[in-house]
Design a protein. Structure first.
Length: 56
């Protein structure tokens, strides 16, 4: 399982970082509607599921 933090939105991409400070660019169309900066994405590598924890 991998956890990514949305650090920026640039055009059609959500720029995310993991705990090792590696960057990932994920197309917004591949993410649930309404993802914003500060949200946390949890990716289950085995099942391929993605969940979002909204920033407060």
């Amino acid at each position: 399982m991998r956890t990514l933090k949305v650090t920026n939105i640039e055009g059609i991409y959500a720029i995310c970082t993991d705990k090792d400070k590696k960057f990932f660019a994920i197309q917004l169309s591949e993410l649930p509607y309404g993802v914003t900066v500060g949200d946390t994405l949890t990716v289950d590598d085995e099942e391929g599921t993605l969940s979002v924890t909204k920033a407060v």
